[in-house]
Each structure stands twice: as structure tokens, then as C-alpha cells.
Write a protein that binds this ligand. Sequence first.
Ligand code: GLN
Length: 209
Amino acid sequence: MTKLDTPRIGVLAIQGDYAAHATALAEAGAEPCEVRKPEQLAELDGLVLPGGESTTMLKFLDKHHFFLALKEFCGRRPVFGTCAGSILLAREVRNPAQRSLGILDAVVERNAYGRQIDSSILTAETLLPGGPLEMVFIRAPRIAETGADVEVMARRDSFPTLVRQGSVMAATFHPELSADRRVHRFFVEIVRASRAQSKAAQAGATISI
Ligand code: GLN
């Protein structure tokens, strides 16, 4: 694969399991990059918001004047939020309510499946080809409501666990903790397509000058 096919995907590296995401992205054909400063966003084709503790991440984002830059980036480039990351992306957060980026048209309830000790691993069908997918849940949130433009790609009971809204993806589980790379590969494809589109748009703009 040439460098041109290798999108540069950041992982917000404030707290949580960002290192496992970087490994998963590399295995899925991307060039991962740990992101700790807003200036780094300019170099990226896409971004992963990892699992961890969403309240801690919010505090860091506020302290470092990162929240608005992140919101702006998520509005123009593909983003994938897992677990705490899905909480950050949501339109509305409950249990308790907290501020979020409002990028994904969904209502997310924090810690909806109980405490840390209730964390679990399930295997379920998804829209991804290749059979059932392992899903690792750790103090997972629950996607309680989704808007009309949100495609549900997997569920736990009747609630969505993997969703996509255009170039925004969210999982309430931790795909980076399983050996299966289908979820990351799917996101890398979204990033590749978006990058090709913006390059074509740039070329068009240059020609019309
Ligand atoms: N419970 C965490 C939160 O509310 C999310 C847990 C996780 O990311 N594994 O932010």
C-alpha cells in the first residue's frame, strides 16, 4: 500500500486507552498519531476519541482551550468515538447530564449497564461483513435515542452499540481491545473516502480559479 492510501488518523491521547487504538489503527492500514494539542488537528485526516473517563477528558479539553477546536474538526473530518468518546460526541448526555460536542444525533446515558464489576464481553451480529463481532463493554454507556440519519450497525438487547451518521462513527464498546480489526478498518475506509473527496474538491477549486 502506498503512502497515499495511508490516512493519518489522530487518537485523542489525554487519558484512557489511546495506545490500543493507535495499534489497532496501524493494523487497519492508517498512520496513527497521538493528539494532545489543538494545533495537531490541522495535520489529520480523521480522529478517534477513545474510551476512558469522559468527565476527565472534558476537564482537560476546557483547561487547554481544546473543546471548540475539537468541535470544529469533528464537523469537517471523520471522527470515531468509542465508549467515553461516544459520550463526548453525543447531542445529549444523561445520568448525569454533561456537556458534549453535539456531533452525533443521539442521546447517550452514562454507566447504563452498572458498575465496573459489571463489565462484560458479548458477541453479536453487525452490519459489517464477516460474521458475529466480539464487543467488550467497560462501564459502558447506552445509546438511548438516535436521530433519523443515524444508521444502527449493531445492538445489545434492543439498544444500538455501533452507529454511523455519515462520517461520524460511535461504539459503546471497545473494539480496540479485541483482535478483530473490522471496526477500525471500516473507519479507515470512511477516512480514505473523505480524504479523496476533499482532495477532489480542492483540485476543482484550483482549476476554477
Ligand atoms: N463510564 C465512562 C464515562 O462515563 C466511560 C467508560 C469507558 O469509556 N470505558 O465516561
